[in-house]
Design a protein around this ligand. Structure first.
Ligand code: TIU
Length: 226
């Protein structure tokens, strides 16, 4: 479908072509959402992120079967940690660090239980999963190449955490010319005040980084695509 769809959003309506749009689900991994993972070892209450799960599930089921593409990301490292900057390893003076053995296997290491996407949001066949060593989804990954090959111009952004991996990804995407729509109830932070301000920062100044809407308004807008 070449027609544009309009979603109610701030700072003003977001218009997009479904065939040039990808839904991104960022870092919905056990390591960030479950006790005994990296998020908890950083000193956080991981239960605060669970509020995003159901809205993301609803958006995924509305999008699957339409022309809108789905792409997932995971933050983590090679088992030999050769792609983990020493600064990231040292940061926080943690008792259990990246690469150490924890209740869900080695922390933030690819192939381990903690690194996997949570059961509720498992990717389907044909939905690429981007493994990223940093906070941004574009840094040191083939995300941009995949999006270019697909002809993507618009990104609908969900995942965790609002002010860390979501924000970094939105900033990277914005500088690369993508139009980003962040669904407020589909992103979450360990710090509710950072979430609130992070969302405000995206849509301030005429949408300096992009647009903000929510799962209900987005699902309403794409009703009829299937
Ligand atoms: N995915 C992501 O946001 N990684 C983080 O480390 N987030 C924190 O908020 N710590």
């Amino acid at each position: 479908m070449n027609e544009k769809i309009v979603v109610k959003a701030e700072p003003y309506d977001f218009e997009f072509e479904p065939r040039a749009t990808a839904l991104m689900v960022i870092d919905m991994q056990n390591d960030f959402l479950k006790p005994g993972g990296f998020g908890e070892f950083l000193g956080n209450d991981v239960s605060l992120l669970r509020r995003a799960i159901e809205p993301i599930r609803n958006v995924l089921s509305a999008v699957r079967g339409t022309e809108i593409k789905v792409i997932h990301t995971r933050e983590g490292h090679r088992p030999d940690l050769s792609d983990c900057p020493p600064s990231k390893l040292r940061r926080g003076r943690l008792k259990i660090r990246i690469g150490d053995e924890g209740p869900m296997g080695r922390v933030l290491v690819r192939g381990q239980k903690g690194h996997e996407i949570i059961d509720e949001l498992k990717p389907l066949e044909g939905e690429p999963v981007i493994d990223k060593p940093g906070k941004g989804s574009f840094y040191a990954t083939d995300l941009h190449l995949i999006l270019q090959n697909w002809g993507i111009k618009y990104l609908v952004i969900t995942g965790v955490t609002t002010e860390v991996c979501v924000h970094t990804t939105v900033r990277e995407a914005n500088d690369r010319g993508y139009e980003c729509l962040v669904l407020e109830d589909c992103v979450a932070s360990y710090f509710p005040e950072f979430h609130e301000v992070g969302i405000k920062m995206i849509k301030a100044q005429g949408g300096i980084f992009g647009w903000v809407s929510d799962s209900k308004r987005f699902i309403e807008a794409i009703r009829g695509l299937k």
